[in-house]
Design a protein around this ligand. Structure first.
Ligand SMILES: Cc1ncc(COP(=O)(O)O)c(C=O)c1O
Length: 494
């Protein structure tokens, strides 16, 4: 521990300490200090691909109907209906990604210029950029230390007469406290858009994520646990909301979710005429854009949905096993296992380390873990650290017009700060797809790092002192690795 604070230590003293660390047996020693990594076999790749994907895409290609227009096509309709069924309700509108979904939800209920939308301080930037794209102001609030999801107490404190919506994010393997959030929303007449980019298949008291609020926003970007390469779905509480959303993403055309088939028998019916009627008034009154999902993406989604239930069950079982084992390690804090969160599904498994017990902060721990062969990450920076909210840097309309909302020096988000700068470790989902051995390796690697507090701290401090003069190969590799990873979110905090 002393090593962390003692940055003035001379390079010579370090050299000695590194040599001592190096002298440990190769298996005990950290991979970051030249020891043998716990795992050399890579974890399974994502996405999973088999003949069904190839056949589905081939069928879609051969149909000659590739794009999303007229919207929705047969593959897209099938995907929308199956997805809503799997998630347990709502009307699904497939789109191009899981960012536009949130912007469209806001626009579908006329939330726009100058309206306030409450978002958590610890999330991917899309949760806040979507309101900005709709002209609304993201009002950032802190997270709950036990779940890393938005803190309902902080939401309530942030409500003003301009507040129109809340976007809770179900982060990693957690769900936000939907009971508290819906109660607040009802008291203040607010719209709730659940950001479910990490929560496909998750359930709260038996209800699917995304079906509890007015909207549920899902991403199918390639790293997500249900992927179409790129893509998103907006689950809407009512058909009317869904058709408004569908119109917005279909260039403003009036759009029915289930496009009626124009057969000779029904071609004169009102619905078919409305669907085909290019002069319909709403066509010109809805400001729309083209964010339609393509038939090829939907075809991939239909196959992904076939595999999904089994994958959710497997992930949940292995995460339970991982948690049983992780508690054995000193200095690990698991996030809360809320009994109301009745089915856990996850995109990343997040836990917290106690930096004092590990002798280093999460960035050094993650790096050491990564070099032991365990795919992991330090997670998102806290939202107020993003440049895109700085009026002078971003020059975006919303921060420029409302700079007082982005004066982060006057605000504090201690829990988001603690998670993002000190303690959060995000394990890749692939670690639970390599049987029990995959999980055992994770536990072994974390335990090894925890038992190597001093060498870890040496390596960490050596980096700080830079180490060019030391010419110690593993440490040089460590530094190079840091530089190469910096754009992937592994941010050294020194
Ligand atoms: C929490 C969260 N919200 C929204 C998004 C945006 O999804 P997409 O990349 O499909 O736009 C992501 C994607 O990583 C995310 O992690």
């Amino acid at each position: 521990m002393q090593y962390i604070s003692d940055e003035k230590k001379s390079a010579n003293t370090f050299k000695k300490e590194l040599e001592i660390a190096q002298g440990r047996s190769a298996t005990d020693n950290l991979a970051s200090l030249g020891g043998t990594p716990v795992r050399t076999e890579p974890y399974p790749e994502w996405p999973i691909i088999d003949r069904r994907d190839v056949e589905a895409v081939t069928t879609a290609v051969e149909s000659g109907r590739w794009g999303g227009s007229p919207y929705p096509g047969a593959q897209t309709v099938a995907f929308a209906n199956k997805f809503a069924k799997m998630q347990g309700g709502g009307f699904a509108v497939p789109m191009v990604n899981g960012t536009v979904t949130m912007e469209v939800a806001l626009r579908a209920v006329s939330i726009g210029w100058g309206d306030e939308v409450i978002v958590p301080a610890y999330t991917f930037q899309a949760t806040a950029t979507a309101p900005m794209a709709a002209g609304a102001i993201p009002v950032i609030v802190d997270i709950d230390r036990n779940t890393y999801c938005i803190d309902p107490v902080a939401i309530e404190k942030a409500i003003t007469d301009k507040t129109r919506a809340i976007i809770p994010v179900h982060l990693g393997a957690q769900m936000a406290d939907m009971d508290a959030i819906m109660a607040i929303a009802e008291r203040h007449d607010l719209i709730v858009i659940e950001d479910c980019a990490h929560a496909h298949g998750a359930m709260w008291k038996g209800r699917g994520a995304g079906t509890i609020g007015h909207f549920g926003s899902f991403s199918f970007q390639s790293s997500k646990i249900l992927t179409t390469g790129e893509g998103g779905v907006l689950l809407c509480r009512t058909q009317e909301l869904a058709e408004r959303a569908a119109s917005i993403i279909n260039c403003g055309r009036p759009t029915q979710l289930q496009a009626p088939e124009a057969t000779p028998a029904n071609s004169n019916s009102q619905t078919v005429r409305a669907f085909m009627d290019l002069s319909n008034q709403e066509r010109v009154s809805t400001l729309g854009t083209n964010c339609r999902m393509t038939e090829i993406q939907a075809a991939l989604g239909n196959v992904a949905l076939e595999r999904f239930p089994e994958q959710v069950a497997q992930r949940e079982a292995m995460v339970n096993y991982l948690e049983e084992r992780l508690v054995e390690i000193p200095g690990i804090r698991l996030l809360k296992k809320d009994t109301r969160h009745s089915r856990r599904s996850f995109y990343k498994y997040i836990f917290a380390i106690e930096p004092k017990v590990f002798g280093a902060k999460h960035d050094a721990v993650c790096l050491a873990l990564y070099l032991e062969g365990i795919p992991c990450w330090t997670g998102y920076p806290a939202m107020h650290r993003y440049d895109l909210f700085q009026p002078k840097l971003s020059r975006l309309p919303v921060p420029s017009a409302f700079p007082q909302y982005f004066d982060f020096k006057a605000m504090s988000f201690p829990e988001a700060e603690r998670a993002s700068q000190h303690e959060a470790v995000w394990l890749d989902e692939s670690v639970v797809r390599a049987d029990k051995q995959g999980v055992d390796d994770v536990v072994k690697a974390i335990a090894k790092i925890q038992a190597n507090t001093v060498p870890l701290a040496v390596a960490n401090t050596a980096k700080k002192l830079a180490v060019k003069s030391l010419q110690f190969k593993p440490v040089r590799a460590l530094v190079d690795f840091y530089v190469s990873q910096s754009d992937k979110g592994l941010r050294p905090s020194f």
